[in-house]
Ligand binder design. Structure first.
Ligand code: FES
Ligand code: FES
Length: 178
């Protein structure tokens, strides 16, 4: 069945059964391989994408459950993809912070961590360490790089705070900051 999805601001058509997990549609039909298959059971967070700004587990969200007007954001949609053409850094503040803190070991969990953290920072731009820990609690990292991941989110929060005027920061609730 033909379905059209709004992904990273672009309308994408696919021809998958409505019972197909969104993760499979992203990876197999739309060549968006940022979201990873970890457990396939909603338990690890490797497949996290944003649905209208909220993190969801795309391995247990079937295509038919995605509202027609919904905006889906994958890790490919963060940052400034247009910069790739100019050779400029196209990554978001948060993605760069993960690199600067060397937060990835094998990297398998990282895209899901970043998507969860992005949604969290959009709502909580000045988080405490406890809030970051709590927000990422359900995203699993088998390599155990949690302390660096937390530092990366702290670094991003700090940089976002420095780069955005206070009034904007207070009034922004969507993904505009990074
Ligand atoms: S692969 Fe979706 S939560 Fe683990
Ligand atoms: S860096 Fe390997 S699973 Fe997290």
């Amino acid at each position: 069945m033909k379905t059209t999805l709004n992904i990273n601001g672009e309308m994408k058509a696919c021809d998958a059964d409505p019972a197909t997990p969104l993760l499979y549609v992203l990876r197999n039909d739309l060549e968006l391989n940022g979201a990873k298959f970890g457990c396939g059971a909603g338990q690890c967070g490797a497949c996290t994408v944003l649905l209208n700004g909220e993190p969801i587990r795309s391995c247990v969200t079937v295509l038919g459950a995605v509202p027609a007007e919904a905006q889906i954001t994958t890790i490919e949609g963060l940052g400034n993809p247009g910069n790739k053409a100019t050779g400029a850094n196209s990554l978001s503040i948060l993605q760069n912070a993960f690199i600067q803190e060397q937060a990835a070991q094998c990297g398998y969990c990282i895209n899901g961590m970043i998507m969860t953290a992005q949604a969290f920072l959009n709502k909580t731009p000045d988080p405490s360490e406890a809030q970051i820990r709590s927000a990422l609690d359900a995203n699993l990292c088998r390599c155990g790089t949690h302390s660096r991941i937390i530092k990366a989110v702290q670094r991003a929060a700090q940089q976002i705070k420095q780069s955005v005027p206070k009034t904007t920061l207070q009034s922004t609730t969507s993904g505009e900051l990074a």
